[in-house]
Design a protein around this ligand. Structure first.
Ligand SMILES: Nc1ncnc2c1ncn2[C@@H]1O[C@H](COP(=O)(O)OP(=O)(O)OP(=O)(O)O)[C@@H](O)[C@H]1O
Ligand SMILES: [Mg+2]
Length: 147
């Protein structure tokens, strides 16, 4: 596999670890010399993906979430994986405002934010087996415009 660097982080599905993982991914991304805006985008997307593992995949249980970061040239790839309950209909789940937890004040915007802030978002899921969210972002696009 083509890559220039890789980091794998495994955390328990506790909300305190959401911030930890978000900061670790942001730190990894600094190798690509991102703008503050790009770092903010990455943090938001990672935060949404990890919150989904905590809130939806494992619900009241605590289990492991794996966060894998890699970079190849200017492209950052972040993979967030759980072994939780899985998603019945991925296409439907990714629609803006779709949520299975409206009673918990969820707005159904997590996947929409991931798609807005990253270049590519791929969701693979199997019921009862878990979900893998792969997000890609090319860093430094804004610089090209001015060069
Ligand atoms: N890792 C996951 N495991 C199981 N189900 C998931 C997972 N991630 C998302 N889902 C399902 O997809 C739906 C949409 O997710 P999305 O993040 O867009 O919205 P939300 O989490 O419901 O609300 P918000 O993110 O705005 O708080 C969820 O309501 C849930 O049913
Ligand atoms: Mg969500």
């Amino acid at each position: 596999m083509n890559r220039d660097n890789k980091m794998v982080l495994e955390v328990e599905s506790r909300s305190c670890n959401e911030g930890l993982a978000r900061i670790a991914v942001a730190a990894f991304s600094t190798q690509l010399n991102p703008t503050l805006e790009e770092v903010a985008d990455i943090k938001t997307a990672v935060s949404e993906a990890i919150t989904n593992c905590i809130v939806h995949a494992y619900q009241k249980e605590t289990d492991m979430i794996t966060i894998e970061c890699s970079r190849f040239q200017r492209e950052l790839t972040v993979v967030v994986q759980d072994k939780g309950k899985g998603i019945e209909d991925v296409e439907k789940a990714m629609q803006p405002l779709f949520t299975t937890k409206p009673e918990q004040d969820r707005s159904g915007m997590g996947f929409a934010f991931m798609e807005a802030f990253m270049d590519e978002v791929l969701v693979e899921s199997r019921l009862g087996e878990g979900t893998t969210v792969t997000m890609k972002k090319t860093i430094g696009r804004q610089k090209d415009v001015f060069e």
